[in-house]
Write a new protein. Structure first.
Length: 133
């Protein structure tokens, strides 16, 4: 994805009624539309499920932690904190930043806890909850 594309989607997505640039991007990747004037807003605006966030979370973890093909073995039940040596305090900051960029929400300090980063599933559930707000 080109940076200019991402910046453009971030600017126009709210104007077109999409809740975030990432919601519009998910629609484009799924072949369900493009961000053009007059497009009817669609996609996960409320009640986003963990299944919708699990694949992007695995990709974020793969890229941020440089897991390579090991990321393919991650499941919702895969432990994170204490289980992956790459998942240190600096990696947590990187993952949070990647979550904000991918999904278009802001993570507040008081929302962060060990429970959020306990498993891949708990992180995906956190992202789903943020998208449903």
């Amino acid at each position: 994805m080109h940076v200019a594309n991402l910046a453009l989607r971030r600017e126009i997505a709210p104007a077109l009624g999409y809740p975030s640039a990432s919601a519009g991007a998910r629609l484009c990747r799924a072949g369900k539309g493009v961000l053009t004037a007059g497009t009817e807003p669609a996609g996960p605006t409320k009640n986003t499920s963990i299944m919708e966030t699990l694949a992007p979370i695995k990709r974020i973890l793969r890229d941020t932690l440089s897991l390579g093909s090991r990321a393919d073995q991650l499941t919702a039940d895969s432990p994170l904190l204490g289980a992956l040596p790459e998942f240190d305090s600096m990696a947590v900051v990187g993952v949070i930043t990647a979550l904000e960029n991918e999904f278009g929400f802001t993570v507040n300090d008081d929302e962060m806890s060990a429970e959020v980063f306990a498993t891949v599933g708990s992180l995906a559930q956190f992202a789903a909850r943020k998208l449903s707000e």
